[in-house]
Design a protein around this ligand. Structure first.
Ligand code: 4AD
Ligand code: MG
Length: 482
């Protein structure tokens, strides 16, 4: 039989009920108090050992990291720090962990503060720390809440492919997938690599987005969303970029850009409310962690709000909705621009906004999330709907404090001729996307969607500073351990 989850036992009444738990030792104090955690919650449970009743050899093996199965009785605790504790009657050492620093098999997670950088190097063990336990319980809760949000609104989840022959974003930052020999690939008569001999008979890649396929589904099922891994080979070594990240991409038939903004705002707020309602213990812990982090920063860089206050604030304020044109005007007239504080000065219409500009708008001007709309067509993907002005498209980016871009989306170009014209301008061959163009040939309709970066959302909710710490095994340039 499985042991009972500690989280569940903590809801029981004390008074000597028999119980059985299994978990990993955090600490063992005074040869008497074991702090045991099974990952079902943050706190774990205290196991009290009467050392005379157990063999000394067993007690010596109860080191941090060891796995135990404990049978005992649940009692009210007289010590401070916990209401309940287990008085052990039987302890089984399932797996030992070595505490002697000289030993070759020394367990690296001893009960002391470890830096996040160090924990990233031992990402296979970091699940066992309080911080990562909290982060990954929240990640699960946010996954569940995401599906619930869309399910409640009548959306269908679509599994879009991971292998693809098209470049949805046209950004050319894709990982190639091939079974051709790296040393001696077959060549054409002209000397180029002959992809007709490759597995799919043509070049294939890992997808950067499930959007194009989601659009096909939306033009039949009306409301759909994808939630899957996406891959970008951009060489961005930042705290906001991963080479493999998870994205949620809803797509809605009959929706215009305003409907799209409303959905995205409701989506983000629903997730934050869910976190507050269901992850209180983990969030309280991460909030304390956050406050400590903030204290170590320079005064002017500290946030006025703590983690929980920041989430609550975002929940109650409507997001600001501003056009790109207006944002450029604000940035150009800003004291930052005048005092040359931007690393990349804003240079009028057409400037591709950098994260310093996005954060300035959010943190200094509006002091809440901002939805920027109607970007110049030149800096956005081919599929966005052209505005009447002929130079801007129905794009929207949602910018968040401390993070920058959280969501990117648009109303799609549903008019066949406009789409063909734009593809020609951007040198995208029609043959490659004939299936996409077919939706504009057969029963086309205005429709809209967006992509929400799941790890960026988790950065905001958990208050972690680096995106590599909210995904179990981060992939980034030169980083693919585990
Ligand atoms: O703005 P992006 O590139 O949009 C798309 O891929 C569209 N096809 C979405 C759509 O309309 N269906 O990416 C969407 C979001 C970004 O706003 C950001 O949150 C996240 O994905 N993102 C990344 N997250 C982590 N690491 C990266 N390298 C990311 N690139 C984008
Ligand atoms: Mg984007």
């Amino acid at each position: 039989m499985l042991p009972t989850a500690i989280k569940e036992i903590l809801t029981w009444e004390p008074g000597g009920q028999p119980c059985e738990v299994g978990g990993w030792v955090r600490t063992f104090r005074s040869n008497r108090f074991i702090h045991l955690n099974d990952g079902s919650n943050l706190a774990g449970i205290q196991v009290v050992v009467d050392f005379e009743s157990f063999p000394a050899e067993l007690l010596q093996s109860i080191n941090p990291g060891a796995c135990l199965r404990v049978r005992g009785r649940l009692e009210a605790s007289t010590g401070k720090g916990q209401a309940l504790e287990i008085h052990a009657e039987d302890i089984e050492l399932m797996g030992k962990a070595e505490s002697d620093i000289q030993a070759a098999d020394f367990y690296p997670l001893q009960p002391k503060a470890h830096s996040l950088e160090f924990l990233r190097e031992i990402a296979h063990l970091r699940f066992r720390t309080q911080t990562f336990g909290a982060v990954f319980r929240i990640r699960h809760a946010m996954t569940f809440a995401m599906h619930r949000f869309f399910h409640e609104r009548g959306f269908y989840n679509i599994h879009s492919p991971i292998l693809t022959a098209s470049d949805a974003e046209g950004a050319g930052e894709m990982f190639r997938v091939t079974t051709l020999s790296a040393e001696q690939p077959p060549k054409t008569e002209e000397g180029a690599i002959d992809f007709s001999k490759d597995f799919f008979g043509k070049p294939a890649h890992l997808t950067v987005s499930g959007q194009l396929q989601a659009e096909l589904a939306a033009l039949a099922l009306s409301k759909v969303y994808t939630f899957g891994p996406t891959f970008r080979a951009e060489n961005s070594n930042t705290t906001r970029h991963l080479a493999e990240f998870w994205m949620i991409e809803p797509e809605v038939a009959f929706a215009d850009l305003n409907d799209n903004m409303d959905l995205a705002e409701a989506n983000l707020k629903y997730l934050m409310q869910y976190a507050l309602d269901h992850c209180a213990e983990d969030l309280a812990f991460l909030n304390e962690r956050w406050k400590k982090e903030e204290e170590s920063k320079k005064k002017e860089e500290r946030s006025e709000l703590d983690l929980l206050e920041r989430i609550q604030f975002v929940l109650k304020e409507p997001f600001a909705r501003v056009t790109y044109e207006e944002a450029i005007r604000i940035l150009e007239e800003s004291p930052y621009q005048k005092k040359k504080k931007f690393q990349y000065p804003v240079q009028g219409w057409g400037t591709d906004l950098q994260s310093e500009h996005e954060r300035y708008l959010v943190e200094k001007v509006y002091k809440r999330p901002v939805i920027l709309t109607d970007y110049p067509k030149e800096i956005k993907a081919f599929y966005m709907r052209l505005n009447e002005d002929g130079r801007s498209v129905r794009a929207m980016d949602i910018l968040f404090p401390g993070i920058g871009e959280m969501v990117g989306g648009s109303q799609r170009e549903e008019r066949l001729e406009y789409l063909q014209k734009r593809m020609a301008e951007m040198h995208i061959p029609e043959e490659e996307l004939h299936w996409y163009l077919d939706t504009r040939r057969f029963g086309t309709v205005p429709h809209s969607g967006y992509g929400l970066g799941f790890e960026r959302l988790l950065l905001f909710v958990t208050g972690m500073g680096n995106i590599r710490d909210v995904i179990p095994f981060p992939r980034f340039p030169k980083g693919i351990a585990f």
